[in-house]
Write a new protein. Structure first.
Lengths: 267, 258
């Protein structure tokens, strides 16, 4: 494995993303559109510390769905999109093994995911400050600071977990599909599963040894439990270990798919 | 295995499953190319030209048979072959959001050229007439411009073997002539050029040696002059028609030999 080549490949992909108007729009539209909602929610949380954990945990449960749709666009652009545009043949003749190509692209998607997370975090902080500034009554910062640390750690957990797992799953789908359209048709059911995961606790599903193995659901349940009470460090370990195993399995699948001759077939 | 041959293809066969059963895209094809020549694979659409070139370039895996490039078995020494081969295809597109200069830098850095890269890119940009549009994104380039960028990309690591899959397809008369001149210049630099075409005039002007494929099989091989002498005709088009149709015109009448 040549790490220098991985960095060159991911650098090229990131440069391409930065020049894609659709990717940039998708990157900014969501945070801009939901900022008023964030402000309203933070105003409620600042004045009512009792509902704050519920509001903030609810917010963090929704964010992965947003990441899924945006990262899906980015991952499909450099897999199924390359097949569609006819650049896959060019890519396969580069001075890199197919394993390096997949891993380089994966690194680019993970980086893009983390950049998105940083942008969303920026808008969250702006929303929090705006909520405090527009508030007509004095802000109960003490009540909010109680959940501040938990919010930060939960955000970091969900962002890291989904940044590892989602790009690998999406790369696998993107290399399996023959076009962007086909790839996006597979994204729908995954988004539905993510939405179902967020409402799973309403049906009495909680964190257990079994649910800890279900990708996506395990992270959402763990974050929710962490907000409401506390979580054993072993559960965090299991969450990240299973995440790495799932990502590794998906990347193995993606490498298998890119090595197939069918990867050259265009729509 | 002959070390003097830059390309040696032995019993190359490629089958793949199709809707109506097994598709025999290439069947027991063997030929060899020596350094410093332009070799052409000619044949009608669907005769297996692209499959053959993709197999030689390592993009596809053969069902059976072998490809040796400058003495190295492609299946055993896949990474070594990358240094030896430049591949240009009319279906392979450049990266739309990169400029030609950025694309060449990207390919050159992957090939491990760091310090020598900048002079090499400048020379390719100047030699292939890319200067005017070197900082324009590839997505905004015409077919001819893209084809020049593709050739520059294939040459950036200075390979000994260049494979072109229908390089003149879709080009206007000026771009076609310019590209033909560039291909002939490459020949003078002792590189081995293997190209595919289904247009006899192109093959006649460019190639020293021809391999005629039909329905996945190598049906004829030789220099242009040898083939003309063998089929008693002054035109390569008639040679091809005779080989491919069994000496009959499309209307069923025998060919007249000029």
């Amino acid at each position: 494995m040549n790490w220098h080549k991985l960095s060159i490949i991911s650098g090229k992909e990131l440069l391409s993303f930065s020049r894609d108007r659709r990717t940039l729009c998708a990157l900014l539209v969501f945070p801009v559109l939901v900022t008023p909602g964030f402000v309203y929610m933070f105003r409620l949380a600042l004045h009512n510390p009792k509902v704050a954990p519920m509001l903030v945990s609810g917010l963090f449960e929704c964010l992965p769905i947003f990441f899924l749709s945006l990262v899906g666009h980015i991952a499909f652009e450099i897999t199924a999109g390359e097949k569609e545009r006819g650049t896959m043949e060019t890519t396969l003749t580069l001075f890199a093994t197919r394993t390096e190509l997949v891993l380089g692209k994966y690194c680019a998607v993970v980086t893009a995911n983390l950049i998105v997370a940083a942008i969303v975090l920026f808008f969250l902080l702006i929303s929090l400050l705006s909520a405090a500034l527009v508030s007509s009554t004095p802000v109960t910062w003490s009540g909010f600071s109680l959940i501040g640390f938990k919010a930060g750690l939960s955000y970091l957990t969900s962002v890291t977990y989904f940044a590892i797992v989602y790009p690998a799953i999406l790369m696998l789908i993107g290399l399996f599909a023959r076009s962007m359209k086909e790839a996006f048709s597979y994204l729908g059911p995954i988004m539905l599963l993510s939405i179902l995961s967020t409402i799973a606790p309403l049906y009495g599903i909680g964190l257990s040894p079994l649910t800890l193995l279900v990708p996506g659901l395990n992270c959402l349940l763990l974050v929710q439990q962490y907000f409401n009470s506390s979580v054993d460090w072993m559960d965090w370990m299991i969450l990240f270990c299973t995440g790495i195993v799932y990502a590794f399995a998906c990347l193995k699948g993606a490498i298998f798919l890119i090595k197939r001759d069918a990867v050259l077939n265009r729509t | 295995m002959n070390q003097n041959k830059s390309i040696e293809v032995s019993h190359l066969t490629r089958h793949y499953p199709g809707r109506g059963g097994l598709v025999r895209a290439l069947e027991d094809v063997s030929f060899a190319c020596e350094p410093g020549g332009i070799y052409g694979i000619v044949g009608p659409n669907g005769s297996g030209k692209t499959t053959c070139l993709r197999l030689i370039a390592g993009l596809l895996h053969p069902t059976s048979g072998s490809v040796n490039l400058q003495g190295a078995d492609l299946s055993r020494d896949f990474d070594k072959f990358r240094e030896q081969v430049g591949f240009v295809s009319c279906t392979a597109q450049p990266y739309e959001r990169l400029t030609p200069r950025e694309m060449l830098t990207f390919c050159g850095r992957l090939a491990g050229l760091e310090e020598a890269l900048e002079p090499k890119i400048n020379s390719l940009i100047s030699d292939l007439g890319i200067t005017e549009f070197q900082d324009r994104r590839c997505g905004a380039l015409s077919t001819g411009m893209r084809q020049r960028v593709a050739i520059a990309r294939a040459l950036v690591h200075n390979p000994g073997i260049l494979i072109f899959d229908e390089p003149l397809t879709g080009l206007d008369i000026v771009a076609r002539r310019s590209l033909m001149d560039q291909l002939l210049e490459l020949k003078s630099s002792q590189k081995t050029l293997l190209l595919s075409t289904h247009i006899p005039e192109e093959a006649e002007k460019l190639c020293d040696h021809l391999f005629i494929l039909n329905q996945g099989k190598l049906v004829e091989a030789g220099t242009v002059e040898e083939l003309k002498d063998k089929y008693l005709t002054g035109s390569l088009e008639n040679v091809l028609l005779t080989v491919l149709t069994g000496g009959r015109k499309t209307d069923g009448h025998p060919l007249a030999h000029p």
